[in-house]
Design a protein around this ligand. Structure first.
Ligand code: KIV
Ligand code: NA
Length: 263
């Protein structure tokens, strides 16, 4: 099996094939996720919460993401590897270029950036310099201080229109994948229809091109309240490898997420 490439991800979107993504932070889990046929692996800044034990993603540094990206990269043979630009690494075009270059050198094939607004310039700056970018809209956890918590975004006509406009804008700026987090099912569907890049949903319903879950969540390891979009695939799959295989199967056949996992 040859490695998944960016053109293949774009082709999957054109052909209506569903894509699977999981977060991962180390080589051991990376090997198992890769073997199960998961298409994309994200070294998310969620590591601040699930690995480091913080209560937000804000303390995560570029050093942290680079370290875990290198660990995960050693475990992958096939899956496409993305890495998050952590809080403020994308505050300027130059810091974003420097951080992204480190993450690509550590083995990532794409970096993920939360938000639109001035981040559109950052996306353009990176893409023009041959760094593929994944945008991330909806609930953007790096905005937690402004938002005051983690909740569904894009409710109401005005907020929905803003998200739709942002989605078109990140695509126009050059993003080649779009993560949608915690947005109503119907809005995620409208956004997916409005753009031609793959959309990867988490708490965004089954109309997206693909799905992503946080590794710890989908293995039933959860500290505190379980968001409704999470499913315990360890319970469903019977083993760690079985959990990854069940996730791939259910996303591909469109049975996960079910309506009860959405907003
Ligand atoms: O950091 C992360 O795990 C993420 C995913 C939830 C998309 O950004
Ligand atoms: Na993240």
């Amino acid at each position: 099996t040859s490695p998944v490439t960016l053109p293949q991800l774009l082709q999957a979107r054109r052909e209506g094939r569903r894509l699977t993504m999981l977060t991962c932070y180390d080589a051991g889990f990376a090997r198992a996720i890769d073997a199960a046929g998961v298409d994309m692996v994200l070294v998310g800044d969620s590591l601040g919460m699930v690995v480091q034990g913080h209560d937000s993603t804000l303390p995560v540094t570029v050093d942290d993401i680079a370290y875990h990206t290198a660990c995960v990269a050693r475990g992958l043979h096939r899956a496409f590897l993305l890495a998050d630009l952590p809080f403020q690494a994308d505050a300027s075009t130059s810091s974003a270029l420097e951080a992204s270059t480190r993450l690509l050198r550590a083995g990532a094939a794409m970096v993920k950036i939360e938000g639109a607004g001035f981040k559109l310039d950052v996306i353009r700056h990176l893409v023009e310099r041959e760094i593929p970018v994944c945008a991330h809209l909806g609930l953007t956890p790096q905005s937690v201080l402004r938002l005051g918590g983690y909740r569904v975004q894009g409710r109401g006509d005005e907020a929905a229109q803003r998200l739709l406009d942002d989605a078109r804008a990140v695509e126009a700026a050059g993003a080649s994948v779009l993560v949608l987090e915690c947005v109503p099912w119907a809005l995620a569907q409208r956004i997916t229809e409005a753009v031609s890049i793959p959309t990867i949903g988490i708490g965004a319903g089954a109309a997206c091109t693909g799905q992503v879950l946080v590794l710890h969540d989908m293995l039933g390891l959860r500290h505190g309240r379980q968001p409704r979009f999470v499913k315990d695939f360890l319970a469903a799959g019977g083993s760690v490898s079985g959990a990854f295989e069940a996730y791939v199967r259910e996303v591909r056949e469109g049975t996960f997420p079910a309506p009860e996992h959405g907003y």
